[in-house]
Design a protein around this ligand. Structure first.
Ligand code: ZN
Ligand code: ZN
Length: 365
């Protein structure tokens, strides 16, 4: 039995247990997880119609049938529709007895409404909460995929000295990084953040035309997706020439916080306690107000998914859960720093998938 067949059966069991008669899953991570079909979100409807108690059908526009058949989804029953047909009538015909239908959380609103119009008697809910319970624990094969992605982004960080220099703009450096993300084993570039000097104080800065100066700390947070759909996400903070002493002091605190949070990961501990482990170190050093975001997020077929490593999340960690540990310290108008690894909770503790050194890397200016 393939992993996909197992996942479909698990999803069906979850539906039955929760009073849901069927799922309708549109292109995105859930479809990829259940079928292996990486479909583009086009204007023509593609969806997996998955009843709780009978076989699934992949509904595709006829033009997309060859693509669906070339994917692992070829094992499923595939029903196609032509340009003049209403695909929602086809969906309705596949769900003759459904009363409660869980739709994909990322299904376009226009489609949710078209489905409701085609099947006015059904009650719609969201599939995400159920499918998250399956996706949140990675199998060994999935951890292997995440490790491959992590090694690929490690190789990009290892080359940072080739690109990151005083006199270049963030955008120039970012363009080189994006090329390397593809060259080192990803099939898409998901994001490139090069936040130099004062731009580092904004946790969501991307790229600008600011020219990097001697002594600048530079936050480099980058990620991509591999051919199997699994994502990488890794931050290192560099200094281009020797940075200010106050920056080094803050960086040392940050490094201790990131290590403390990583060391705290083990099965049975809460997600919130991992956040607390990082926050305690930073707060004790007097920088608590400057750590303005959660400590991490889950990762898999999406860069951000459950479990979120955040205060208030009492979910217990279990083997196979993969997430980032990425505390940061941000000083408005001056500089910022963040260190981020993807880690996996194991039977007895933690494995860091990213392996680059975490000491401040001072590059020649
Ligand atoms: Zn990141
Ligand atoms: Zn991240």
């Amino acid at each position: 039995v393939s992993d996909y067949a197992k996942r479909i059966r698990s999803a069906q069991r979850m539906a039955s247990e929760n009073g849901i008669d069927a799922y309708v899953i549109t292109p995105g991570a859930n479809l990829e997880y259940l079928t292996g079909y990486h479909a583009l979100p086009l204007e023509r409807l593609t969806c997996l119609v998955l009843p709780a108690k009978s076989a699934p059908t992949l509904v595709v526009p006829r033009l997309e049938r060859p693509a669906a058949e070339a994917s692992p989804a070829h094992r499923l029953q595939i029903a196609d529709w032509t340009e003049t047909e209403n695909p929602f009538s086809l969906v309705r015909s596949l769900l003759p007895r459904a009363d409660v239908v869980a739709v994909d959380d990322h299904m376009w609103a226009s489609r949710v409404m078209a489905l409701q119009h085609a099947m006015p008697h059904i009650e719609q809910g969201l599939a995400g909460a159920l499918l998250t319970e399956l996706r949140i624990r990675k199998t060994d094969a999935e951890v292997h995929e995440l490790r491959q992605a992590a090694e690929a982004i490690d190789r990009v960080h290892a080359r940072m000295g080739e690109w990151l220099r005083a006199g270049r703009t963030e955008r120039e450096v970012g363009k080189d990084i994006a090329e390397a993300i593809l060259a080192e084993g990803h099939t898409s570039v998901d994001f490139v953040i090069v936040a130099s000097g004062p731009n580092g104080a904004s946790a969501h800065h991307e790229l600008s035309d600011r020219v990097i100066e001697v002594g600048d700390p530079v936050v480099v947070d980058i990620g991509g997706s591999t051919a199997t759909g699994y994502c990488s996400d890794e931050t290192r903070t560099y200094a281009v020439g020797e940075p200010a002493a106050e920056f080094r002091t803050a960086y040392d605190v940050l490094q201790r916080a990131q290590a403390a949070a990583t060391a705290a990961v083990r099965p049975g501990t809460t997600a919130a306690s991992i956040d607390a482990a990082a926050r305690e170190v930073i707060t004790e050093a007097g920088y608590g107000e400057l750590f303005v975001h959660r400590t991490g997020h889950g990762i898999g077929l999406e860069t951000h998914e459950e479990p979120y490593i955040v205060d208030g999340n009492d979910r217990l960690l279990e083997p196979g859960m993969a997430f980032s540990i990425e505390p940061g310290i941000y000083v408005e108008g001056r500089h910022g720093a963040r260190i981020e690894d993807i880690v996996v909770c194991t039977e007895h503790g933690v494995e860091s998938l990213n392996q680059r050194p975490r000491d401040l890397m001072v590059l020649p200016a």
